[in-house]
Design a protein around this ligand. Structure first.
Ligand code: SF4
Length: 337
């Protein structure tokens, strides 16, 4: 029986060599890249918040506890990485708070968190994965919601390659076909930019910048006014503009389950990739080099191999053999930068 996740198929389609490192050699970076660390931390904090909402009496870490524990880990990260990425702990706290402000009046009601989803795609192919959340919207419809942390929120075209996510909605409905009350309408991509709202700079002549394109929100600007002992009266124009403007750091995109014909096509494409993995997954290890290789977690190993360097040393120093854990790999696939 071949057990596949959406991220495995995605990796296979992107590069057979990366698939080999990940799924045959089962390698993963020893030290999580800061980029992943930030997305991972935000994801943990948001999941903890949802679990507290769902099960308020169960003892568990709060988002603040998670942040405190992470700050200990972060202290031992590479100095150069910290210089490059700044104060990640404070960034995550501010992003988390901004997220909650953004959706204060626009909440989706969670009904579950981190649910297992598994169904047969073909007699010998099983699709497995974890679902971040199931939520109910104001109209009473249920959705599967996935946190997607990213450096920039992707546009419609870039999202095209993520359409496979609807497979989770399809698989979930199939698993629960006898329970109409559990059927979902589709997926919601819950995009979270990994950059906190900008703190407005203090000008040499005094006062705060009023740049129209400032990438911040009303709360952060008002706080900066107060922190600098300034009068909000002098900033009513920009404060008014920021109050009107929704924060650009977040976006929720609903993608309803496509019509049957389109869904059948998505499933067929996915099945074909699964069959390719079954037949060729152990032997086909060709590279697909492209502009985004620099963000591949195997970049240094792959480059070293091409240059004929000592890859055993790189493997030992920078990689470890991972435990099989679908949740983690699915989750990492949701961290885009
Ligand atoms: S660096 Fe590029 S070619 Fe090499 S494994 Fe990663 S994606 Fe494939």
């Amino acid at each position: 029986m071949l057990i596949v996740s959406q991220s495995r198929v995605k990796k296979w389609r992107r590069c057979k060599k990366a698939h080999d490192y990940r799924y045959n050699q089962r390698l993963q970076k020893r030290r999580k890249q800061v980029r992943l660390f930030k997305g991972d931390l935000l994801h943990q904090m948001l999941s903890a918040q949802t679990l507290i909402q769902l099960y308020p009496k169960a003892p568990r870490d709060t988002p603040e506890d998670i942040l405190r524990k992470a700050s200990k880990k972060y202290r031992v990260m590479l100095k150069e990485e910290k210089e490059l990425y700044g104060d990640i702990i404070d960034d995550c706290r501010r992003i988390f708070e901004a997220y909650n402000r953004r959706y204060e009046e626009d909440r989706l009601t969670p009904i579950s968190s981190e649910e297992w989803c598994s169904t047969l795609l073909a007699p010998e192919i099983q699709f497995d994965g974890y679902i971040d959340n199931r939520v109910v919207d104001k109209e009473g419809r249920q959705w599967i919601k996935d946190y997607k942390t990213c450096a920039n929120i992707p546009d419609e075209e870039s999202r095209f390659s993520d359409i496979q996510l609807v497979l989770y909605a399809w698989a979930w409905n199939r698993m629960h076909e006898k329970y109409p009350e559990k059927q979902v309408s589709g997926v919601i991509w819950d995009y979270i930019r990994t950059k906190p709202p900008t703190i407005p700079e203090v000008l040499v002549k005094g006062g705060l910048t009023k740049r129209k394109d400032i990438d911040t929100d009303h709360f952060t600007y008002l706080k900066a006014i107060k922190d600098n002992g300034l009068s909000p009266k002098k900033y009513t124009d920009i404060l008014g503009m920021l109050k009107e403007k929704k924060s650009t750091g977040f976006q929720r995109v609903k993608y309803p389950l496509p019509p049957k014909k389109a869904m059948d096509q998505i499933l067929e494409d996915f099945r074909v990739s699964c069959i390719e993995i079954e037949v060729l997954g152990k032997t086909l290890t060709t590279r697909t080099m492209a502009y985004d290789c620099k963000s591949c977690e195997f970049f240094d190993l792959c480059q070293a191999e091409l240059r004929g360097l000592d890859t055993d040393y790189i493997k030992k120093a920078s990689y470890e053999v991972r435990e099989d854990h679908v949740n983690e790999e699915d989750h990492e696939a949701n961290i885009q930068g």
